[in-house]
Design a protein. Structure first.
Length: 155
């Protein structure tokens, strides 16, 4: 099972991300077995630096939270989680927000924006085929649409 948490943060920057990405989410994390969250963030959370990290569940209060669950084979789940774990410690893609307007290749694996990371993990695990999208447009809202299109349930 793959579980992704799509959220809208409480701050102005979260609202701006959601607005500029034509959706109502500003961030997405993978929910690991046991409830911890693995994702890419631009800020420090607890003692964890920015970038791709594992963070505690509920590390921030959210204005909105939707969990999407997708049933997959155990091998695909292992591949999805394995890909994410190999990315831990990579930096946050600080140009990603500007990339919404300026253009950048979201498949560049040297650094990640939250939804780029999760989309790459889904592709690497064979859960979705190579996603067709403009190179700079894998936003949290776009990824939520992909998840719902492939049969994820939400709660």
């Amino acid at each position: 099972m793959i579980r992704l948490q799509f959220v809208l943060g409480m701050g102005l920057s979260s609202s701006a991300i959601a607005w500029f990405s034509a959706g109502h989410f500003s961030h997405v994390d993978a929910i690991l077995p046991g409830g911890r969250l693995l994702g890419a963030r631009s800020d420090r959370v607890g003692h964890r630096p920015p970038g791709v990290q594992i963070r505690p569940a509920g590390y921030e209060p959210w204005k909105e939270r939707v969990v999407m669950t997708l049933s997959v084979t155990p091998n695909r789940e292992k591949s999805f989680l394995g890909f994410l774990h190999t990315q831990i410690g990579k930096p946050y893609d600080s140009t990603a927000i500007l990339g919404f307007a300026a253009g950048r290749n979201w498949r560049d694996p040297k650094d990640w924006f939250c939804s780029e990371l999760q989309a790459a993990a889904l592709e690497a695990a064979g859960v979705v085929p190579a996603l067709y999208s403009p190179v700079n447009k894998i936003t949290p809202a776009a990824l939520a649409t992909v998840m719902s299109a492939i049969g994820a349930t939400s709660s």
